[in-house]
Design a binder for this molecule. Structure first.
Ligand code: FES
Length: 90
């Protein structure tokens, strides 16, 4: 599963892994202040391509998203190639 994060080398990730897990495995510095429990927004991303394969926004994500193309990296599972940029909240 190809993952392209703006500013970092493209890498291959295991299908079904969360984006946070994939970033940790690939050495991309996605923050995860809450440890991946949808309780912060440090893993937030803006999706540039591949949003349709991520499924609908989960209720747990909604209070952390400021725009319709944002998702939480710890909550989305990779099912298709994804292009995005890190967009952590503060
Ligand atoms: S790591 Fe905290 S919401 Fe994803």
């Amino acid at each position: 599963m190809r993952v392209d994060i703006e500013g970092y080398p493209t890498f291959e990730a295991e299908e079904g892994s969360t984006l946070l897990e994939a970033c940790e495995a690939a050495g991309v510095p996605m923050d995860s202040a809450c440890g991946g429990f949808a309780a912060c927004n440090s893993c937030r991303i803006t999706v540039l391509e591949g949003a349709e394969a991520l499924g609908p926004v989960l209720e747990e994500e909604t209070c952390f998203l400021d725009a319709p193309d944002q998702r939480l990296g710890c909550q989305i599972r990779l099912r298709a190639p994804l292009r995005c940029r890190l967009d952590p909240g503060c």
